[in-house]
Ligand binder design. Sequence first.
Ligand code: ATP
Ligand code: MG
Length: 314
Amino acid sequence: MSHEPPTRGRDAQAHPDITPGLIAERILLSALREQDRAIAIDTARASAELLAAEAGTRLEHMQRRHQSQRLDAIGTLAGGVAHDFNNLLTVIGIHSAFLLDALGEEHPYHGDAEAIQAAGVSAAVLTSQLLAFSRRQILRPVDLDLNHAIAGARVLIENLLGARIALTVELAPDIAHVTADPTQVAAVINNLAVNARDAMRGAGTLLIQSRDTYLAEPACVGSDMMPAGAWVTLMLRDDGRGMTERVKERLFEPFFTTKEFGSGTGLGLATTYGIVRQSGGYINVESAPGQGSTFEVHLPAAPRATRAGPSGGS
Ligand SMILES: Nc1ncnc2c1ncn2[C@@H]1O[C@H](COP(=O)(O)OP(=O)(O)OP(=O)(O)O)[C@@H](O)[C@H]1O
Ligand SMILES: [Mg+2]
């Protein structure tokens, strides 16, 4: 059995200058160090979270910019091809008309000349859609009341939706006018309504709204940056199947479609995007699988003074 004194007592003997006060001081210092460490860890964690958030925002901006540049690049290419194609189609159109005239209806090749002419006409429709996407269309902008444009398109939309899709139209009274081509605005409403119908697979609810929108500061809209100011908004909301992120990333690209072969060309939203951007506007899309889709088209509000009259110049 050992008669050694307990260790603590031996330390105290080895270090007679270690007083209870000093020990308390050391404990306090060590506690403070612990607290410092905890604060340092908290600070590091907060910084890391901040950095991650910043990196995420930067990545999102980069992706948006990339998407916008991609659409611009495709637009330039498509526009160039469509422009050259149009010149060729003019030749095909003129010469097939000559042929049809010269051959007469009884000629065995009359049908062939007709087929050439019909193909030329279909190709011209396609190239005009590509020109619309690449913002190289000839627009005829006028002072336009969006409410009138929606009211004008209503009967056509009701017909194309069918009886099992309920249409609700909510028009904000006395909204600002826009300066836009009425035919192209009608095409935008039509394209968005047809897509909504297809997404609802024959049954559901479509809401069409108009309203004034005031943006106090620039905002990200789709892949573009929408400047601050006064806008007029057209909104279509369906309760259809919605879209995945992958579809949302590509939906404005020409020829992008998820419809089965032969049912869609994938040019509806490409032309819509081109028309809206060429008119100085922006499109925003909110959608998730199974949760429907909301498309918002923002067109620049025309200054009130330029109005043609009390009922608008549509
Ligand atoms: N309201 C919507 N709900 C769900 N998906 C949509 C909606 N609108 C568009 N999409 C998706 O975006 C794709 C591209 O639409 P877009 O209008 O450009 O082409 P499309 O409708 O397939 O063919 P097209 O309009 O040329 O007949 C669609 O195939 C569909 O997957
Ligand atoms: Mg479509």
